[in-house]
Design a protein around this ligand. Structure first.
Ligand SMILES: NC(=O)c1ccc[n+]([C@@H]2O[C@H](COP(=O)([O-])OP(=O)(O)OC[C@H]3O[C@@H](n4cnc5c(N)ncnc54)[C@H](OP(=O)(O)O)[C@@H]3O)[C@@H](O)[C@H]2O)c1
Length: 172
């Protein structure tokens, strides 16, 4: 019998130098390369998100499940799989045949899933932006295992795609 592995939990976000990740329920920047990376990291994967992030999307993202956390009994939206707890979100995501579960925000959701995450994919944007939703830098339990740097280009800020893994797992 082949061994059945638990899917990895992967947090995916973009963060400005000052920690901003959101402003007025949208992204503070327009960075096409980040949207492209988000698509390639999430395609075919079940995505877990908060109700506010779901409502900030331009629409349903094709090829991905939208598992949405809310505490509101009456909330519903076409295409959203509604869950009321972290455990229910994970149990729902695990019904997909997948090697990864993508946790895609926002800050409230990253906070509760970070202790459970195996990997974090961050787009570090090397510029400050106005924001109303912020993320702290990662603690020493996370180590950088990959970095791709991109210079400023026209209107677009410099940014880096950075992978973090747990210090006790990286290089194991
Ligand atoms: N830069 C990035 O990569 C990125 C990614 C995603 C989002 N964002 C930005 O982040 C902002 C939204 O983030 P946010 O932190 O304000 O909101 P959020 O995390 O998207 O959603 C928060 C909502 O999720 C529900 N929720 C949270 N924890 C829960 C739990 N333990 N159990 C059940 N439901 C729970 C609640 O919904 P109810 O109120 O319905 O009960 C809560 O109000 C937006 O500006 C968005 O654009 C940025």
């Amino acid at each position: 019998m082949p061994e059945t592995l638990e899917p990895e939990i992967v947090l995916i976000y973009a963060r400005a130098s000052n920690g901003a990740i959101g402003h007025e329920n949208t992204l503070p920047w327009r960075l096409p390369a980040d949207l492209k990376r988000f698509k390639s990291l999430t395609m075919g994967k079940p995505m877990i998100m908060g109700r506010k992030t779901f409502e900030s999307l331009p629409g349903l993202l094709p090829g991905r499940r939208h598992i949405v956390l809310t505490r509101r009994d009456s909330w519903k939206s076409e295409g959203a799989e509604i869950v009321g707890s972290v455990d229910e979100a994970l149990a729902t995501a695990r019904t997909s045949a997948t090697d990864e579960i993508a946790v895609v925000g926002g800050a409230a959701i990253y906070d509760v899933f970070r202790p459970l995450a195996h990997r974090i994919e961050v787009t570090e944007i090397h510029r400050d932006y106005p924001g109303d939703t912020f993320m702290k830098p990662l603690g020493p339990e996370w180590v950088e295992t990959r970095r791709d740097d991109h210079p400023e280009a026209g209107e677009n800020p410099a940014f880096s795609f950075v992978t973090y893994e747990r210090a006790d797992k990286a290089g194991a």
